[in-house]
Design a protein around this ligand. Structure first.
Ligand code: BGC
Length: 256
């Protein structure tokens, strides 16, 4: 199936048409600047522009940096506060005049990584924790290859604040940490999530995963920790995969 996958982030809105079977991009990746302030209406208009520039008439699915449950946004850690309680699927669908599916950005990137990346060998009988290290820390938990959505483990309380304030990539920049110092901080966080979940493997994605070799030597957790393979395409590919899942569910529901 071909679906336009869109990765909505704090600085850019990126999209491409994806063949969900192969994970291949069927169009070039297009990036538009996230409007400022990034209110729901402004982002919806930029999404419309992206779809028009790509010239796409088919289904659209987006990854979004917040907890999104049944089409409604419930958190706004690194996005405009006006997003809280926004019916994002309804808003985007109305603006585009066609069905749009929306889910948490780390959850959809995790779908891509589990299918086409480092998670492909960890399916039935395993518990995989996928973490993205960027402006925030995103998380996606997979039990037997199935997503347990909206876990938001970047918001675990840590050193008196949320973990992502302590050891995301933006925290590394804010505190001007050397890679080794960042690695030590992130290792503290990994030790905590390992204690909570005991996963079989932890996959690190997001911007900082490209520098994995600069800090991974600091990790002392027993759990195997590996870098993601799909990197900055994961958000787009995963969004399309999520759209396909939702369309299949809708078809099943119709048949009943
Ligand atoms: C948000 C998550 C998101 C993560 C990565 C966090 O601040 O709360 O929903 O997945 O950043 O973008």
């Amino acid at each position: 199936m071909e679906i336009l996958g869109v990765d909505i982030g704090g600085s850019g809105i990126k999209g491409a048409v994806v063949d969900t079977k192969t994970g291949e991009l069927k169009t070039e990746r297009l990036r538009l600047k996230t409007p400022q302030p990034a209110t729901p209406e402004a982002v919806a208009e930029t999404l419309k522009e992206l779809v028009e520039q790509i010239g796409w008439k088919g289904p659209v699915a987006c990854g979004f940096p917040a907890r999104v449950i049944h089409g409604v946004v419930y958190t706004a850690a690194n996005i405009d506060k006006s997003w809280i309680n926004t019916k994002v699927e309804e808003l985007f669908s109305k603006t585009l005049g066609s069905e749009v599916y929306v889910a948490n950005d780390a959850d959809v990137a995790g779908l891509a990584e589990m299918h086409f990346g480092a998670g492909r060998d960890y399916q039935q009988g395993t518990q995989v924790l996928f973490l993205t290290i960027g402006t925030g820390i995103g998380s996606a938990l997979f039990l037997n290859g199935k997503l347990y959505a909206n876990t938001e483990l970047g918001h675990l309380k840590f050193h008196g604040d949320s973990a992502e304030r302590y050891c995301s990539d933006s925290a590394r920049e804010r505190y001007e940490l050397k890679w080794k110092e960042f690695g030590e901080r992130f290792n503290e966080y990994l030790t905590y999530v390992e204690f909570l979940l005991q996963p079989d493997v932890i996959i690190l994605g997001g911007g900082a995963s490209k520098k994995f070799d600069k800090y991974s030597e600091c990790f002392t957790v027993k759990t195997k920790v590996i870098p993601a393979e799909t990197l900055n395409m994961a958000g787009i590919i995963g969004a399309a995969m999520y759209g396909e899942l939702r369309m299949k569910e809708a078809q099943k529901a119709k048949k009943k």
